[in-house]
Design a protein around this ligand. Structure first.
Ligand code: NAD
Ligand code: ZN
Ligand code: ZN
Length: 345
């Protein structure tokens, strides 16, 4: 089969011919419908030792959905042809966090799934999923459209949900970076907290138009005026929740400036910036958190919201032989929502 693989650090990935994997006991072979191109892959490609230097080559693609091709020996509950979402953070399954479905925080430190390090991801015709517990039924959703829900969807859902108690009537939530993750965050805020004013901030005007369509009440170009406007909108108090989906110095600084006392600054973007923290900034008792991905039950909730039509990912499809082009466009900021690689068309 064909697979889009990172072969050498800091060199462009390559489309290669590799064997179709054989599912062992408890494992499941999935025929890939869609594999989303996440901005994290660009960070991985730029990293001198991708995936902590564990193993190269590996197939990219940690945002996957498809159809069960072959359940391995002993697998029950899934049959060939079933449409499935792949939960991407593959933990040990035994520690307490894994048993609670929080495999992204596996205590054995195994929270790197296929396409990130050590294991092959879904930018290939087939994906070997190491355990059936990582599969979630998709129902009537099309895997080619739904794939990004497993990361862009789940990560932003988790980031919103952990702060929902702050988002009462009259509250404000700011989403900095309205790309793949940010657009989903806006929709989750809309769906889960109708009384919250949602503000999107981005450095690209086109992304702000999309943010508006996704339900943002106010859209602002990144910069000092955005900070002033958000302060004015909130009677100088600032926002209850600020989600930074970029994570560079400039956006982190903005996040601290527009958050309020007792608020949350949530750093989701892996832009490599740092946020100075002292007695005065961020504001008093404002919590700063850096969540990684989300929980398996939350992925089921995301799928429910998508099946109800309350959230949709804006998807552009690319065949496997155009995966390099999809990443180039992502790097240039030219993907409107999410690029999804569709190995079977
Ligand atoms: P994306 O490229 O689709 O979107 C990024 C958006 O940020 C774009 O709209 C871009 O115009 C905007 N942007 C860039 N620089 C900006 C700036 N200085 N000010 C304002 N806006 C700016 O990326 P994505 O796939 O949505 O990923 C976003 C980030 O989240 C990446 O850093 C990615 O690695 C990270 N990520 C983190 C997790 C996690 O678990 N924490 C999971 C997935 C992705
Ligand atoms: Zn990702
Ligand atoms: Zn574990």
């Amino acid at each position: 089969m064909r697979a889009f693989q990172l072969v050498r650090a800091q060199e462009p990935p390559e489309l290669r011919e590799v064997p179709v994997p054989e599912p062992g006991p408890g494992q499941v072979l999935v025929k890939i419908g869609g594999a989303g191109a996440c901005h994290s892959d660009l960070h991985i490609m730029e990293n001198p030792s991708p995936g902590g230097g564990t193993r190269l080559p590996f197939s990219l693609g940690h945002e996957n959905a498809g159809w069960v091709e072959t359940p391995g020996p002993g697998v029950s509950g899934f049959a060939p042809g079933d449409p499935v979402m792949v939960y991407g953070a593959w933990g040990c399954g035994v520690c307490v966090n894994c048993r609670e479905g929080r495999e992204n925080y596996c205590q054995e430190g195994m929270h790197q799934g296929g396409g990130l390090s050590g294991y092959d991801g879904g930018m290939a015709e087939y994906l070997l999923v190491p355990a059936a517990r990582f599969l979630v039924p998709l129902g009537d959703l099309d895997p080619r459209e739904a794939a990004p829900l497993s990361d862009a969807g789940l990560t932003s859902y988790h980031a919103v949900k952990r702060s929902l108690h702050l988002l009462g009537p009259g509250s404000t939530a700011v989403v900095i970076g309205a790309g793949g993750l940010g657009q989903m965050a806006i929709q989750f805020l809309r769906a889960l907290s109708a009384a919250t004013t949602v503000v999107a901030v981005d450095s690209a005007a086109g992304k702000l138009e999309t943010a508006r369509r996704m339900g943002a009440d106010e859209v602002l170009l990144a910069g000092d005026q955005a900070v002033t406007r958000i302060k004015d909108m909130t009677r100088q108090q600032g926002a209850e929740l600020v989600l930074d989906m970029v994570g560079v110095d400039a956006t982190l600084r903005t996040a601290a400036q527009v958050a309020r006392t007792l608020g949350h600054v949530t750093i989701v973007g892996i832009g490599g910036g740092a946020l100075p923290v002292n007695f005065l900034s961020p504001p008093h008792e404002c919590s700063v958190a850096s969540p990684y991905w989300g929980y398996i039950p939350e992925l089921m909730e995301v799928i429910t919201l998508a099946r109800q039509g309350k959230v949709t990912m804006l998807v552009e499809h690319f065949p496997l032989d155009r995966a390099a082009e999809a990443y180039r466009l992502l790097h240039e900021g030219k993907i409107k929502g999410r690029a999804v690689i569709t190995p079977h068309g």
